[in-house]
Design a protein around this ligand. Structure first.
Ligand SMILES: Cc1ncc(COP(=O)(O)O)c(C=O)c1O
Length: 465
């Protein structure tokens, strides 16, 4: 039957069509035959409702930590609607009002940076950074041959081939190689599972210092960029110690390697400061971002660089030698105006409602409450920063043996049964997908945190009784 509303639906028909037509992200499809998948139809604040009318308290900000201002923000929808009626799209080779205004806003938030390049996803924002490194290694006499990118074990940078080549998560990469040449891995910085079996205080921050050794082995004259997350997200919520970034920065400066910080998850208040890297004494050359930019009401990402990088790509169109030295890259949807409009309004909300401060204050409360679960034998480590926290589950606190996949799955199901949607490390590492994570919308209250922590406590008791 033809209706006026293209989204009008019949519940059973939609549930069947979900099973028959949709290829869900990061899901083993055998699950479809065993259980009905949740179809989310509505959201308000932190609450989401599925097609059967069940309500859940979502502490994942939409599954992948990106709906910063919560669901149901009419003002974002209205701003986007007005802009779409006026001018929905024009290619990024030109300016549009939303693109210019949001670029201005970003640079206000990043006073040491100078130029903003828009695209559509975190993966793409990172690809742009890698392309800048590669092109600079060809066109700049000072950077000749510096084409390699270093990346860290346990970090994630996306699903495209460059992004996967720079990702330190074995299960995300398995079966998809060969990857790109010129990507070099270095060890992670997780103190709980120190790659050097050392203890903080007596370790000389080996995890950071080792980067120089690896660089020297590779040949620093071949290294152009080094990418890291400020706080590793999908890799298990890993915050480096304070000394870490200054050491990394010094090594990068010494060998003229561009430090690229991936703020895709940590940006826009997630960790209790506007940017994740603000927790550390560090000044990146390139910053990439996505997810929280427009609170995922629209798809938007950006690659932000310092003037010195932009200047390398200035060229004289009349000089046959250098006329192609500009950044020859395009992203069709980088010209959509709705994403920047949504981003402007989402950022206004973050500022006007002081949500970064809420992230700091309620984040401290969340961490304190989660640490109250450390008495459980299965809770190995609780860590986090701002509204971003994780619990690592183990079968033995001394050996730190991770819980099994079946135990982890049961734990998540027991939590969901109480109406709480949390996240977890998912198909990232062999044997180490044992971290439950919490990244609620920045509007969460202390009362909602209490509800979440009680539910987690009950789920632990039920799973490991
Ligand atoms: C730190 C980080 N960088 C990049 C990406 C890739 O972003 P996208 O999925 O938008 O391509 C992700 C996605 O989860 C991420 O966590």
């Amino acid at each position: 039957m033809k209706t006026d509303n293209v989204l009008e639906y019949d519940t059973e028909e939609i549930v069947a069509a979900d099973k028959n037509c949709l290829w869900h992200h990061l899901k083993p499809h055998k699950l479809f035959e065993m259980q009905e998948q949740m179809v989310i139809v509505e959201g308000k604040g932190l609450m989401v409702t599925d097609i059967r009318g069940n309500e859940y308290l979502d502490v994942t900000s939409g599954g992948v930590w990106s709906v910063m201002v919560g669901y149901g923000r009419d003002s974002i929808a209205e701003a986007v609607c007005a802009q779409m009626k006026k001018m929905p799209y024009f290619a990024g080779a030109y300016g549009t009002i939303p693109a210019i205004k949001f670029a201005q806003k970003l640079l206000e938030k990043l006073p040491r940076h100078d130029k903003v390049y828009f695209s559509n996803s975190g993966s793409e924002a990172n690809e742009k950074a890698f392309k800048l490194v590669r092109q600079a290694s060809r066109i700049s006499p000072e950077r000749k041959g510096k084409y390699k990118i270093m990346y860290r074990d346990r970090d994630y940078h996306g699903c495209t081939f460059g992004a996967m080549s720079s990702t330190g998560q074995a299960q995300r990469k398995e079966d998809y190689g060969p990857f790109l040449d010129g990507f070099v891995e270095f060890p992670h910085c997780c103190c709980y599972r120190c790659p050097y079996d050392k203890t903080y205080g007596e370790c000389n921050i080996e995890c950071a210092r080792k980067v120089e050794d690896i660089m020297l082995e590779e040949g620093p004259e071949t290294i152009g960029g080094l990418i890291v997350e400020p706080i590793t997200a999908g890799g298990g919520i890993l915050k480096p110690v304070p000394e870490y970034f200054p050491i990394l920065q010094e090594i990068c400066k010494k060998y003229d390697v561009w430090l690229i910080i991936d703020e895709v998850v940590c940006g826009f208040g997630r960790t209790g400061k506007f940017w994740g890297h603000e927790h550390f004494d560090v000044d990146p050359d390139i910053i990439t971002m996505a997810k929280g930019l427009a609170s995922s009401y629209e798809a938007l990402s950006a690659t932000v660089v310092k003037q010195k990088i932009y200047d390398l790509f200035l060229c004289d169109p009349s000089d046959p030698e250098t006329r192609l030295n500009y950044f020859r890259d395009i992203s069709t949807y980088g010209g959509c105006t709705a994403p920047m409009t949504a981003a402007l309004e989402s950022t206004r909300i973050i500022e006007d409602e002081d949500l970064v401060e809420n992230s700091r204050v309620v984040g401290e409360y969340l961490l304190e409450k989660l640490k109250g679960l450390e008495h459980f034998d299965s809770v190995g480590d609780v860590r986090g920063q701002g509204l971003f926290a994780g619990i690592e589950f183990v079968t033995d606190k001394v050996t730190k043996e991770p819980v099994t996949e079946a135990q982890m799955a049961a734990l998540m199901a027991n939590l969901l049964a109480q109406g709480v949607i949390a996240g977890r490390t998912n198909s990232s590492f062999h044997g180490l997908n044992n971290v439950m994570n919490f990244a609620p919308c920045l509007i969460i209250t202390k009362e909602q945190v209490d509800t979440v922590v009680s539910a987690v406590s009950a789920a632990i008791e039920k799973t490991f009784k």
